[in-house]
Design a protein around this ligand. Sequence first.
Ligand code: BTN
Length: 330
Amino acid sequence: MSPDARILSALRRTGDVGTSGAELARDLGISRAAVWSRIEELRKLGYDIAASPHQGYVLRGTPDRLHSDDLISRLPADRILGREIQVFLETSSTNDIVDKLARDGVEEGVAVFAEAQSQGRGRLGRRWESPAGKGLWMSVLLRPSLHPSAATQLTVMAAVAVARAIQNSTGLVPDIKWPNDLLFHGRKCGGILLELGAELDHIRHIVLGIGLDVNLHASDFPPAVRSLATSLASELGRSVDRPALAAQLLSELDSAYRDVRTGRFAALADEWEQRCTTLGHRISIRTGSREITGTAESLDEQGALLVRTEHGRLERIVGGDVTLLGTSPL
Ligand code: BTN
Protein backbone atom coordinates (compact mmCIF):
# COMPACT_ATOMS: atom_id res chain seq x y z
CA MET A 1 0.00 0.00 0.00
CA SER A 2 1.27 3.50 -0.82
CA PRO A 3 1.84 6.01 2.04
CA ASP A 4 -1.30 7.93 0.95
CA ALA A 5 -3.44 4.79 1.03
CA ARG A 6 -2.05 3.91 4.47
CA ILE A 7 -2.71 7.42 5.80
CA LEU A 8 -6.30 7.37 4.49
CA SER A 9 -6.80 3.90 5.89
CA ALA A 10 -5.52 4.98 9.34
CA LEU A 11 -7.69 8.12 9.27
CA ARG A 12 -10.76 6.02 8.41
CA ARG A 13 -9.96 3.53 11.17
CA THR A 14 -9.56 6.21 13.86
CA GLY A 15 -12.59 8.27 12.73
CA ASP A 16 -13.48 11.22 14.96
CA VAL A 17 -10.92 10.17 17.57
CA GLY A 18 -8.12 11.08 15.18
CA THR A 19 -4.52 10.01 15.00
CA SER A 20 -1.35 11.96 15.66
CA GLY A 21 1.42 12.75 13.19
CA ALA A 22 3.77 10.79 15.44
CA GLU A 23 1.57 7.67 15.32
CA LEU A 24 1.23 7.90 11.55
CA ALA A 25 4.98 8.41 11.18
CA ARG A 26 5.68 5.34 13.33
CA ASP A 27 3.10 3.13 11.53
CA LEU A 28 4.33 4.15 8.09
CA GLY A 29 8.03 4.15 8.96
CA ILE A 30 8.50 7.71 7.66
CA SER A 31 9.30 11.05 9.36
CA ARG A 32 6.62 13.36 10.79
CA ALA A 33 7.65 15.95 8.21
CA ALA A 34 7.00 13.38 5.47
CA VAL A 35 3.57 12.61 6.97
CA TRP A 36 2.76 16.33 7.02
CA SER A 37 3.82 16.70 3.39
CA ARG A 38 1.62 13.73 2.32
CA ILE A 39 -1.32 15.23 4.27
CA GLU A 40 -0.80 18.50 2.38
CA GLU A 41 -0.88 16.62 -0.95
CA LEU A 42 -4.08 14.81 0.07
CA ARG A 43 -5.65 18.16 1.00
CA LYS A 44 -4.77 19.47 -2.46
CA LEU A 45 -6.68 16.51 -3.92
CA GLY A 46 -9.74 17.61 -1.94
CA TYR A 47 -9.49 15.49 1.23
CA ASP A 48 -10.66 17.61 4.15
CA ILE A 49 -8.20 16.63 6.88
CA ALA A 50 -8.45 18.64 10.09
CA ALA A 51 -5.43 18.94 12.39
CA SER A 52 -5.58 19.80 16.08
CA PRO A 53 -3.01 19.53 18.88
CA HIS A 54 -5.36 17.31 20.94
CA GLN A 55 -6.80 14.95 18.34
CA GLY A 56 -4.12 15.03 15.68
CA TYR A 57 -5.44 14.40 12.19
CA VAL A 58 -9.15 13.72 11.51
CA LEU A 59 -10.68 12.99 8.10
CA ARG A 60 -13.71 15.29 7.82
CA GLY A 61 -14.63 14.92 4.17
CA THR A 62 -13.61 13.34 0.88
CA PRO A 63 -13.89 14.67 -2.68
CA ASP A 64 -16.28 13.37 -5.32
CA ARG A 65 -13.35 12.04 -7.31
CA LEU A 66 -12.03 8.52 -7.77
CA HIS A 67 -8.46 7.98 -6.54
CA SER A 68 -6.77 4.61 -6.45
CA ASP A 69 -5.17 5.23 -3.03
CA ASP A 70 -8.55 6.18 -1.60
CA LEU A 71 -10.26 3.09 -3.05
CA ILE A 72 -7.44 0.84 -1.82
CA SER A 73 -7.68 2.36 1.67
CA ARG A 74 -11.33 1.23 1.85
CA LEU A 75 -10.70 -2.41 0.84
CA PRO A 76 -9.40 -5.49 2.66
CA ALA A 77 -5.78 -6.41 1.94
CA ASP A 78 -6.54 -9.99 0.80
CA ARG A 79 -8.80 -9.03 -2.13
CA ILE A 80 -8.37 -10.60 -5.57
CA LEU A 81 -10.46 -8.13 -7.56
CA GLY A 82 -9.10 -4.62 -7.19
CA ARG A 83 -5.69 -6.10 -6.24
CA GLU A 84 -4.35 -3.20 -8.33
CA ILE A 85 -6.52 -0.18 -9.15
CA GLN A 86 -5.90 2.35 -11.91
CA VAL A 87 -7.95 5.51 -12.32
CA PHE A 88 -7.98 7.57 -15.53
CA LEU A 89 -9.45 11.04 -15.89
CA GLU A 90 -10.56 10.13 -19.40
CA THR A 91 -10.01 7.16 -21.66
CA SER A 92 -11.64 5.69 -24.76
CA SER A 93 -13.06 2.68 -22.91
CA THR A 94 -11.91 1.03 -19.69
CA ASN A 95 -12.56 -2.32 -21.41
CA ASP A 96 -9.84 -1.42 -23.97
CA ILE A 97 -7.34 -0.60 -21.22
CA VAL A 98 -7.99 -3.88 -19.40
CA ASP A 99 -7.92 -5.84 -22.65
CA LYS A 100 -4.45 -4.43 -23.35
CA LEU A 101 -3.32 -5.35 -19.81
CA ALA A 102 -4.69 -8.87 -20.36
CA ARG A 103 -2.74 -9.26 -23.62
CA ASP A 104 0.39 -8.01 -21.82
CA GLY A 105 -0.01 -10.94 -19.42
CA VAL A 106 -1.07 -9.00 -16.31
CA GLU A 107 -2.47 -11.11 -13.45
CA GLU A 108 -6.22 -11.20 -12.84
CA GLY A 109 -7.83 -8.70 -10.50
CA VAL A 110 -6.58 -5.41 -11.90
CA ALA A 111 -9.43 -2.88 -11.95
CA VAL A 112 -9.55 0.23 -14.12
CA PHE A 113 -11.89 3.18 -13.56
CA ALA A 114 -12.29 6.27 -15.72
CA GLU A 115 -14.02 9.50 -14.74
CA ALA A 116 -15.09 9.80 -18.40
CA GLN A 117 -15.03 7.56 -21.47
CA SER A 118 -14.98 9.01 -25.00
CA GLN A 119 -15.97 5.71 -26.63
CA GLY A 120 -17.77 3.79 -23.94
CA ARG A 121 -19.54 0.81 -25.47
CA GLY A 122 -22.44 -1.37 -24.46
CA ARG A 123 -23.68 -4.76 -25.59
CA LEU A 124 -24.59 -5.40 -29.21
CA GLY A 125 -22.27 -2.62 -30.42
CA ARG A 126 -24.26 0.14 -28.77
CA ARG A 127 -22.71 3.36 -27.49
CA TRP A 128 -22.52 3.82 -23.71
CA GLU A 129 -22.75 7.44 -22.56
CA SER A 130 -20.06 8.05 -19.93
CA PRO A 131 -20.06 11.72 -18.89
CA ALA A 132 -17.28 12.96 -16.59
CA GLY A 133 -17.61 12.56 -12.84
CA LYS A 134 -21.20 11.30 -12.90
CA GLY A 135 -21.06 7.54 -13.06
CA LEU A 136 -18.93 4.52 -12.39
CA TRP A 137 -17.27 3.32 -15.57
CA MET A 138 -15.01 0.43 -14.68
CA SER A 139 -13.51 -2.82 -15.94
CA VAL A 140 -11.79 -5.65 -14.20
CA LEU A 141 -9.59 -8.45 -15.52
CA LEU A 142 -10.62 -12.05 -14.76
CA ARG A 143 -8.81 -15.27 -15.58
CA PRO A 144 -11.24 -17.95 -14.35
CA SER A 145 -10.66 -21.67 -14.92
CA LEU A 146 -13.98 -22.10 -16.71
CA HIS A 147 -15.00 -23.54 -20.05
CA PRO A 148 -16.05 -20.73 -22.45
CA SER A 149 -19.62 -22.06 -22.37
CA ALA A 150 -19.74 -21.22 -18.63
CA ALA A 151 -18.77 -17.55 -19.11
CA THR A 152 -22.42 -16.57 -18.57
CA GLN A 153 -21.83 -17.47 -14.90
CA LEU A 154 -19.70 -14.35 -14.67
CA THR A 155 -22.46 -12.12 -16.05
CA VAL A 156 -24.80 -13.54 -13.44
CA MET A 157 -22.27 -13.10 -10.63
CA ALA A 158 -21.55 -9.51 -11.78
CA ALA A 159 -25.24 -8.59 -11.92
CA VAL A 160 -25.75 -9.93 -8.39
CA ALA A 161 -22.65 -8.10 -7.11
CA VAL A 162 -23.75 -4.79 -8.67
CA ALA A 163 -27.27 -5.18 -7.26
CA ARG A 164 -25.87 -5.93 -3.78
CA ALA A 165 -23.49 -2.95 -3.95
CA ILE A 166 -26.32 -0.60 -4.92
CA GLN A 167 -28.54 -1.99 -2.18
CA ASN A 168 -25.85 -1.79 0.54
CA SER A 169 -24.79 1.74 -0.42
CA THR A 170 -28.17 3.34 -1.07
CA GLY A 171 -30.93 1.06 0.21
CA LEU A 172 -32.38 0.97 -3.33
CA VAL A 173 -33.23 -2.50 -4.62
CA PRO A 174 -32.66 -2.71 -8.38
CA ASP A 175 -34.32 -5.26 -10.66
CA ILE A 176 -32.17 -7.41 -12.90
CA LYS A 177 -33.27 -7.91 -16.48
CA TRP A 178 -31.64 -10.86 -18.22
CA PRO A 179 -28.81 -11.08 -18.86
CA ASN A 180 -27.30 -8.07 -17.16
CA ASP A 181 -29.32 -4.87 -17.04
CA LEU A 182 -29.96 -3.10 -13.74
CA LEU A 183 -33.33 -1.38 -13.73
CA PHE A 184 -35.66 0.71 -11.61
CA HIS A 185 -39.34 0.68 -12.67
CA GLY A 186 -38.33 -0.58 -16.11
CA ARG A 187 -35.70 2.12 -16.66
CA LYS A 188 -32.08 1.14 -17.01
CA CYS A 189 -29.42 2.50 -14.63
CA GLY A 190 -26.58 0.10 -15.30
CA GLY A 191 -25.23 -2.60 -17.54
CA ILE A 192 -22.50 -5.18 -17.81
CA LEU A 193 -20.31 -5.94 -20.82
CA LEU A 194 -18.33 -9.17 -20.75
CA GLU A 195 -15.62 -9.47 -23.40
CA LEU A 196 -13.95 -12.83 -23.78
CA GLY A 197 -10.47 -13.82 -24.92
CA ALA A 198 -10.78 -17.59 -25.38
CA GLU A 199 -9.57 -20.72 -27.16
CA LEU A 200 -12.14 -23.34 -28.12
CA ASP A 201 -11.81 -25.13 -24.80
CA HIS A 202 -10.57 -22.57 -22.30
CA ILE A 203 -10.92 -18.93 -21.33
CA ARG A 204 -7.67 -16.96 -21.63
CA HIS A 205 -9.13 -13.87 -20.03
CA ILE A 206 -12.35 -11.98 -19.49
CA VAL A 207 -12.78 -8.23 -19.41
CA LEU A 208 -15.74 -7.50 -17.18
CA GLY A 209 -16.97 -3.95 -17.81
CA ILE A 210 -19.58 -2.30 -15.62
CA GLY A 211 -21.34 0.98 -16.27
CA LEU A 212 -23.49 2.52 -13.52
CA ASP A 213 -25.43 5.73 -13.96
CA VAL A 214 -24.88 7.18 -10.50
CA ASN A 215 -25.31 10.96 -10.41
CA LEU A 216 -26.61 11.62 -13.93
CA HIS A 217 -29.62 13.84 -14.51
CA ALA A 218 -32.12 13.46 -17.33
CA SER A 219 -30.23 16.07 -19.40
CA ASP A 220 -27.05 13.95 -19.23
CA PHE A 221 -28.72 11.24 -21.33
CA PRO A 222 -29.19 11.64 -25.10
CA PRO A 223 -32.86 12.49 -25.89
CA ALA A 224 -33.35 9.11 -27.60
CA VAL A 225 -32.74 7.12 -24.39
CA ARG A 226 -33.97 9.67 -21.82
CA SER A 227 -37.30 7.94 -21.22
CA LEU A 228 -35.61 4.52 -20.95
CA ALA A 229 -32.82 5.46 -18.54
CA THR A 230 -32.48 6.53 -14.94
CA SER A 231 -29.74 7.03 -12.37
CA LEU A 232 -29.29 6.22 -8.69
CA ALA A 233 -29.48 9.95 -7.86
CA SER A 234 -32.76 10.32 -9.77
CA GLU A 235 -34.22 7.33 -7.91
CA LEU A 236 -32.98 8.51 -4.51
CA GLY A 237 -33.57 12.24 -4.90
CA ARG A 238 -30.01 13.01 -3.77
CA SER A 239 -26.53 12.42 -5.07
CA VAL A 240 -24.58 9.30 -4.17
CA ASP A 241 -21.01 9.06 -2.83
CA ARG A 242 -19.31 7.56 -5.91
CA PRO A 243 -15.98 6.56 -4.29
CA ALA A 244 -17.82 4.74 -1.46
CA LEU A 245 -20.02 2.98 -4.03
CA ALA A 246 -16.98 2.09 -6.15
CA ALA A 247 -15.29 0.45 -3.15
CA GLN A 248 -18.49 -1.38 -2.23
CA LEU A 249 -18.78 -2.61 -5.82
CA LEU A 250 -15.23 -3.99 -5.83
CA SER A 251 -15.81 -5.66 -2.51
CA GLU A 252 -19.07 -7.34 -3.66
CA LEU A 253 -17.45 -8.38 -6.96
CA ASP A 254 -14.54 -9.89 -5.06
CA SER A 255 -16.80 -11.88 -2.79
CA ALA A 256 -19.08 -13.11 -5.62
CA TYR A 257 -16.08 -14.01 -7.79
CA ARG A 258 -14.63 -16.10 -4.97
CA ASP A 259 -17.96 -17.98 -4.90
CA VAL A 260 -17.73 -18.72 -8.63
CA ARG A 261 -14.11 -19.86 -8.29
CA THR A 262 -14.91 -22.21 -5.43
CA GLY A 263 -17.88 -23.85 -7.16
CA ARG A 264 -20.56 -21.96 -5.23
CA PHE A 265 -22.33 -20.55 -8.28
CA ALA A 266 -25.68 -22.13 -7.38
CA ALA A 267 -26.30 -19.74 -4.46
CA LEU A 268 -25.55 -16.74 -6.70
CA ALA A 269 -27.91 -18.09 -9.35
CA ASP A 270 -30.66 -18.42 -6.71
CA GLU A 271 -30.18 -14.82 -5.65
CA TRP A 272 -30.12 -13.72 -9.28
CA GLU A 273 -33.43 -15.53 -9.87
CA GLN A 274 -34.98 -13.71 -6.93
CA ARG A 275 -33.82 -10.33 -8.16
CA CYS A 276 -34.66 -10.98 -11.81
CA THR A 277 -37.80 -9.47 -13.28
CA THR A 278 -37.49 -11.46 -16.51
CA LEU A 279 -38.37 -14.87 -15.07
CA GLY A 280 -42.00 -15.88 -15.24
CA HIS A 281 -42.74 -13.29 -17.92
CA ARG A 282 -43.61 -13.65 -21.56
CA ILE A 283 -40.66 -12.28 -23.44
CA SER A 284 -39.42 -11.94 -26.95
CA ILE A 285 -35.71 -12.28 -27.48
CA ARG A 286 -33.60 -11.43 -30.49
CA THR A 287 -30.45 -13.49 -30.86
CA GLY A 288 -28.71 -12.71 -34.14
CA SER A 289 -31.32 -13.05 -36.87
CA ARG A 290 -33.73 -15.20 -34.77
CA GLU A 291 -36.61 -13.90 -32.72
CA ILE A 292 -37.94 -16.24 -30.05
CA THR A 293 -41.15 -15.65 -28.11
CA GLY A 294 -42.05 -17.56 -24.98
CA THR A 295 -41.95 -17.62 -21.21
CA ALA A 296 -38.64 -17.11 -19.37
CA GLU A 297 -38.64 -20.15 -17.07
CA SER A 298 -35.30 -20.28 -15.26
CA LEU A 299 -31.53 -20.14 -15.45
CA ASP A 300 -29.51 -23.28 -16.09
CA GLU A 301 -26.36 -24.14 -14.12
CA GLN A 302 -24.22 -22.16 -16.60
CA GLY A 303 -26.33 -19.01 -16.28
CA ALA A 304 -28.13 -19.38 -19.62
CA LEU A 305 -31.81 -18.43 -19.84
CA LEU A 306 -34.31 -21.24 -20.45
CA VAL A 307 -37.28 -20.08 -22.46
CA ARG A 308 -40.42 -22.20 -23.05
CA THR A 309 -41.58 -21.28 -26.55
CA GLU A 310 -45.19 -21.09 -27.63
CA HIS A 311 -44.73 -24.54 -29.22
CA GLY A 312 -43.72 -26.00 -25.85
CA ARG A 313 -40.02 -26.37 -26.71
CA LEU A 314 -37.37 -25.34 -24.16
CA GLU A 315 -34.77 -23.04 -25.74
CA ARG A 316 -31.42 -22.31 -24.11
CA ILE A 317 -30.41 -18.68 -24.69
CA VAL A 318 -26.90 -17.41 -23.96
CA GLY A 319 -27.16 -13.88 -25.32
CA GLY A 320 -29.52 -11.43 -26.94
CA ASP A 321 -31.88 -8.57 -26.45
CA VAL A 322 -34.92 -9.25 -24.27
CA THR A 323 -38.23 -7.40 -24.48
CA LEU A 324 -40.79 -8.05 -21.75
CA LEU A 325 -44.23 -8.68 -23.27
CA GLY A 326 -46.73 -7.48 -20.70
CA THR A 327 -45.89 -6.86 -17.11
CA SER A 328 -47.76 -9.47 -15.10
CA PRO A 329 -45.96 -12.72 -14.32
CA LEU A 330 -47.68 -15.87 -15.59
C1 BTN B 1 -24.74 -2.66 -21.62
O1 BTN B 1 -25.70 -2.66 -20.84
O2 BTN B 1 -24.93 -2.59 -22.84
C2 BTN B 1 -23.35 -2.75 -21.05
C3 BTN B 1 -22.76 -1.41 -20.72
C4 BTN B 1 -21.35 -1.51 -20.19
C5 BTN B 1 -20.69 -0.16 -20.04
C6 BTN B 1 -19.36 -0.27 -19.34
S1 BTN B 1 -18.75 1.31 -18.82
C7 BTN B 1 -17.22 0.59 -18.42
C8 BTN B 1 -16.89 -0.40 -19.51
N1 BTN B 1 -16.25 0.26 -20.62
C9 BTN B 1 -17.01 0.25 -21.71
O3 BTN B 1 -16.70 0.77 -22.81
N2 BTN B 1 -18.16 -0.40 -21.48
C10 BTN B 1 -18.23 -0.89 -20.13
